[in-house]
Ligand binder design. Structure first.
Ligand SMILES: Cc1cc2nc3c(=O)[nH]c(=O)nc-3n(C[C@H](O)[C@H](O)[C@H](O)COP(=O)(O)OP(=O)(O)OC[C@H]3O[C@@H](n4cnc5c(N)ncnc54)[C@H](O)[C@@H]3O)c2cc1C
Length: 411
């Protein structure tokens, strides 16, 4: 049977933060846009749940902030760590020159559902769930569409522009033959949750000491826990007693020791295989990649979702007019990469530096850690905490929604 075919101005492959935000912005600007998402819903545990001040500022510029913050969330005003025996506040977001001096911790599916519901109010926006992009359609060296599978059969979507927002395992970038530079990572992260008790501390914290890196994020009723392991070690751990892992957690978080019984087996622990990579070129004629599809980020700083949103805003600002007129050129796509490459490079460089200089040495040495100079500085001079707060909270060269997009909702 011939596949169902449809034509769009813009087809976005992947309904994560980058794809849904770009779809929303383009639809708001009057562009006919279709987002294809392979899953049936947005439910994914332990993804980017950290909505940073930069993203909250975008929500404000779109007039959505007040309604958005009515959704259940926890506010994180500062990031704390214990390095060896030294307690230190690494970042204090309260002083940022922005409307929201905090990180909003919110399940990613709430964020995506919120944006998708708002996007659906525009008649020119469409989202097809359970639709998996499998290949590109090309003509004379130009990408002109995608093939996708759905439970009701195959479809083919033709569009002036295809945007790959299908994440770190992007099929779009693979099929387009875009070259990837891999920066490596010395670690993976095991995520799990433990319920919070009434007498628990409230601060979100990280512990770096004697071969261990352990993070506990206050999510209201529960702790989101991240146990960092040397890269590739998980398979070996899985062959060992699960109880030994629970004992380790009891040692690292003694106040929650009674709750490790909530962890019954390795299935209660989710592995994040850490990757840091970046495309050399983010585009080809008719095709652009943004978000994790263009650059997989390390979890250091929890910036992945926010960088994806920043990419979407930059892409929306450049593309809405040429898309409306059907005149997207390679220079528009090159311009988006140029604009977003510097913030991505700098952020990845910082992440790789923290991985190499702090995390890898701690993981590789069971002796007590003595805090390095930057940590001692953060502990001694509170003002210095504003620097990491700015880099993590607002990022390098924050994007702003073009006034034409912001004002176009009332049309
Ligand atoms: C376990 C884990 C924990 C993380 N924790 C954090 C954190 O705390 N803070 C943070 O900022 N970041 C975190 N990240 C990273 C963060 O989730 C990503 O950086 C961010 O979501 C990137 O957004 P994106 O839209 O580019 O890609 P993604 O969020 O990966 O979205 C891609 C979307 O495309 C869909 N898709 C994939 N292939 C196809 C296809 N062929 N056809 C159609 N759809 C497809 C996927 O289902 C998905 O919905 C974490 C990632 C993981 C895996």
């Amino acid at each position: 049977m011939a596949p169902e075919t449809m034509s769009m101005r813009c087809c976005i492959a992947g309904g994560g933060p980058a794809g849904i935000m770009l779809g929303y912005l383009l639809a708001r600007a009057g562009v006919q846009v279709l987002v294809l998402e392979k899953h049936a819903d947005f439910l994914r545990d332990f993804r980017g749940d950290t909505i940073h001040p930069s993203t909250l500022e975008i929500m404000y510029e779109l007039g959505l902030l007040e309604e958005f913050l009515r959704l259940p969330h926890q506010k994180v005003y500062e990031l704390n760590a214990q390095v060896g025996q030294t307690q230190v506040t690494i970042a204090d977001f309260r002083y940022l020159p922005t409307r929201c001096g905090f990180i909003a911790m919110m399940p990613q599916w709430d964020f995506l559902n919120f944006l998708a519901e708002h996007a659906a109010r525009f008649p020119n926006f469409a989202l097809r769930m359970e639709t998996e992009v499998t290949d590109l359609v090309e003509e004379s060296g130009r990408v002109i569409g995608v093939h996708a599978t759905t439970p009701r059969g195959a479809i083919e979507v033709r569009a002036d522009l295809i945007v790959g927002t299908d994440g770190r395992n992007s099929i779009v970038r693979e099929k387009a033959g875009l070259k990837v530079k891999d920066f490596g990572a010395p670690m993976d992260v095991l995520w799990f949750r433990l319920s919070r008790g009434p007498d628990d501390p409230i601060a979100t914290m990280g512990r770096f000491d004697a071969g261990r890196v352990f993070i506990m994020i206050n999510r209201g009723e529960y702790w989101q826990c991240g146990y960092v392991i040397p890269k590739g070690r998980f398979e070996e751990m899985r062959r060992q007693e699960f109880e030994a892992f629970c004992e380790e957690i009891r040692r690292l978080a003694p106040f929650a020791r009674d709750r490790t019984k909530e962890l019954r087996a390795w299935n209660d622990v989710k592995l994040l295989t850490v990757r840091v990579d970046r495309l050399l070129e983010w585009f080809r004629p008719g095709l652009l990649c943004i978000g994790d599809a263009a650059h997989a980020m390390s979890p250091v700083g929890g910036v992945g979702i926010n960088l994806a949103i920043q990419d979407a805003v930059a892409a929306g600002n450049v593309l809405f007019k040429p898309l409306r007129q059907g005149q997207v050129t390679i220079d528009h796509l090159r311009g988006i990469q140029r604009r977003r490459e510097l913030p991505t490079r700098v952020t990845q460089w910082l992440q790789v530096t923290v991985q190499r200089r702090i995390i890898a040495p701690v993981l590789g040495d069971r002796r007590p850690v003595s805090p390095p100079l930057p940590v001692r500085l953060l502990a001694a001079v509170p003002f210095v905490r504003r620097i990491p707060a700015r880099v993590v909270g607002l990022g390098i060269r924050p994007e702003h929604v073009s006034p034409e997009i912001a004002n176009s909702a009332s049309r």
